[in-house]
Design a protein around this ligand. Structure first.
Ligand code: FES
Length: 97
């Protein structure tokens, strides 16, 4: 049986007023993490969404399902997201029936 897919959820919300993840580089971060996951051959997708409800702490990314949140993400910390996604994927794969 297949395990539940692991995904990196990235907020790319752009607001007219107020703080948003897109304003702080969320779109480029989503693209960069997607490229790095592919470069490493990991079968983990990036789902771009419009708000994770943590707008003041953006850019925000999260490992799904139910994984770690990454706030105030920067390009030089993207490795943290990739490694967390890899760990979640390996755990899900190893626990699959
Ligand atoms: S705008 Fe990104 S969490 Fe709300």
């Amino acid at each position: 049986m297949e395990h539940k897919p692991v995904t990196v959820v990235a907020c790319i919300k752009e607001r007219v007023a107020g703080s948003s993840c897109a304003e702080r580089g969320g779109v480029a971060l989503a693209d960069a993490v997607e490229q790095e996951l592919a470069r490493q051959g990991l079968p983990i997708g990036v789902k771009r969404i419009l708000c994770l409800g943590q707008c003041e702490q953006g850019p925000n990314l999260r490992i799904a399902p139910g994984g770690a949140f990454f706030h105030r993400m920067t390009m030089d910390r993207l490795g943290e997201v990739v490694e967390a996604a890899r760990a979640a994927y390996e755990t899900a794969r190893d626990q699959a029936p």
